[in-house]
Write a protein that binds this ligand. Structure first.
Ligand code: PGA
Length: 252
């Protein structure tokens, strides 16, 4: 695991976009695992810029998103399908049929999850998975638990996650309390994983993350067991870690 320090959000986003672009140049029909949330927005903006100014070509790229709220239609402006379309896909030359998000409208949880699982297998697995991290250490919607759940599954969101995500909804009561998420096994099977984090409000999370104890109560800690995982974080997110254990940061 390499923890890479960047000066600010813009540099974090540019470095991440360059690694994703390198993956696309190496394998034009690669499978990208993508994330929603505030953190990756700058990365998507930079990839859109590279598409426009450097002809970065997404025509063969396939994507699978980490998660989706149960009960939301892809047309709902709070759904992750909508988020991806608006913030990324409609600005690049990706084929809509090559982009995938779990089907939030399928009320049958087992069917929705096994279908997504099969889809990822049929695509040949994930080449590069982009991740944000929640304050409670969640990756995707894998919330703190006594175990790691390997497969795609339905998850009840913690109160804290619902509160955090309420900023995207009109009222907190509108935030769905269940979601479909890729499991830890699928994330860990990705050939490369890039976790990004920015801002002072993630500083404690990153200090906890760097402790290197694998603990399902902080699901992101599993990435310490991944052979090709990178953490790219900005100065603010690394502000505690850099004081406590600067040796854990690769480029300091
Ligand atoms: P954020 O969310 O990017 O909006 O901070 C990250 C997450 O909850 O996984």
């Amino acid at each position: 695991m390499k923890i890479i320090y960047t000066e600010n959000y813009e540099v974090m986003s540019a470095v991440t976009a360059q690694l994703i672009a390198a993956q696309i140049y190496r394998k034009p029909d690669c499978v990208l695992g993508l994330a929603t949330g505030s953190t990756p927005l700058g990365t998507y903006a930079e990839l859109i810029r590279m598409h426009r100014s450097q002809n970065l070509n997404f025509s063969k790229v396939r994507t699978v998103n980490l998660d989706e709220y149960k009960g939301l239609s892809p047309d709902s402006d709070q759904s992750y399908a909508y988020f991806m379309r608006e913030n990324f896909f409609r600005h690049i030359n990706i084929r809509p049929e090559n982009t995938h998000v779990p089907n939030g409208l399928n009320p049958d949880e087992d069917a929705a999850c096994s279908c997504y699982e099969r889809l990822i297998d049929d695509l040949g697995g994930i080449d590069l998975q982009l991740l944000g991290i929640g304050h409670n250490g969640h990756i995707g919607f894998n919330e703190p638990d006594d175990t790691f759940i390997m497969d795609t599954h339905a998850e009840s969101l913690t109160e804290k996650t619902v509160r955090m995500n309420a900023r995207f909804f009109e009222r907190i009561e509108d935030v769905p309390t269940r979601a479909y998420t890729m499991g830890i096994g699928q994330i860990m099977a990705a050939k490369t994983v890039i976790l990004i984090a920015n801002g002072a409000d993630k500083a404690e999370t990153m200090a906890r993350f760097a402790e290197r104890t694998i603990d399902p109560h902080f699901q992101g800690s599993i990435l310490h067991a991944h052979r090709n995982a990178y953490v790219i974080a900005d100065k603010a997110a690394l502000s505690i870690l850099i004081k406590q254990a600067p040796q854990l940061i690769s480029n300091r």
